[in-house]
Design a protein around this ligand. Structure first.
Ligand code: MG
Ligand code: MG
Length: 271
């Protein structure tokens, strides 16, 4: 079942010292997400949440690896926000805005990165604003469980496809859908390093990553993006915000995880 294909680039193994720096960056990200959890309420704007996030990053002398991130399409604007804030059918890369008020029943996804000491922590969470629908609740529960089931596979005797299969199985056995066009990734000095970590292993897409063996010192961002409808996406006129084409609801959970001799170490844990 597992085929070892040729890798594009070697997956970086972090030294003990580098892992300490990754832990420090991850801790800052965790503090930001904890603050987002405390303040994401009806009536608050995504612009206000961005200000709070920025204040915490700046308190540590950290910067946002998202701010100024180049657009995948040349000649389009770089990302203008310190965090990503995506609401309801927006999946990822939503731009925080001073006028974007959160309402009771909204499903908010906040993605946070911290660049600190030369290394990056990357984590995303989904927040229920006030009372959300039963479907939204179930989507949150299933997607969070998919993240942790993927993380549970981060063991020295496992391979990358074990992580991906655990996520896809959890999502699809609950009748939700994983996004195909966006994925997790190795993370370290760069926000996006090898390996790519999609959340599916469908043969027909022919985009399956190399089924690498997990080795101690690898640091990866595992991030299921899950929707209630079809996986097809489009990018809004702001050139960044990714939405579901059918306007199905989306959830997104992400942790930066180190592979250790004793299994997974979550570097961005906050709750
Ligand atoms: Mg992220
Ligand atoms: Mg990421």
């Amino acid at each position: 079942m597992y085929e070892e294909q040729h890798q594009r680039m070697p997956v970086e193994i972090k030294s003990k010292k580098e892992l300490d720096l990754m832990r420090a960056a991850g801790k800052i990200v965790a503090e930001v997400l904890s603050a987002m959890d405390a303040h994401a309420k009806p009536g608050v704007t995504t612009g206000e949440l961005e200000k709070r996030a920025r204040a915490i990053l700046e308190k540590y002398g950290a910067t946002s690896p998202f701010l100024g991130y180049p657009n995948a399409k040349r000649n389009l604007p770089p990302f203008p926000g310190w965090i990503c804030a995506s609401v309801n059918d927006e999946i990822v890369h939503g731009i925080p805005r001073a006028k974007r008020v959160l309402y009771d029943g909204d499903l908010l996804k906040i993605d946070v990165g911290a660049f600190y000491g030369g290394f990056i922590g990357d984590s995303a969470w989904t927040f229920a604003i006030g009372d959300v629908s039963a479907q939204a609740r179930r989507l949150m529960q299933v997607t969070e469980a998919a993240l942790y089931q993927g993380i549970a596979q981060v063991q020295l005797n496992k391979r990358l496809w074990d992580v991906i299969a655990a996520i896809q199985t959890q999502v699809e056995s609950n009748d939700f859908t994983v996004i195909r066009e966006y994925q997790g990734h190795g993370v370290g000095r760069q926000m996006h390093e090898e390996p790519s970590i999609p959340n599916f292993l469908d043969k027909e897409f022919d985009k399956r990553p190399t089924n690498i063996a997990l080795k101690a010192g690898m640091t990866i961002a595992i991030e299921p993006m899950v929707v209630t409808g079809k996986w097809d996406t489009k990018v809004l006129g702001d050139k960044w915000t990714v939405v579901t084409k059918d306007h199905g609801l989306a959830a997104h959970y992400e942790h930066t995880v180190a592979v250790t001799d004793n299994g997974p170490e979550i570097l961005t844990l906050w709750k």
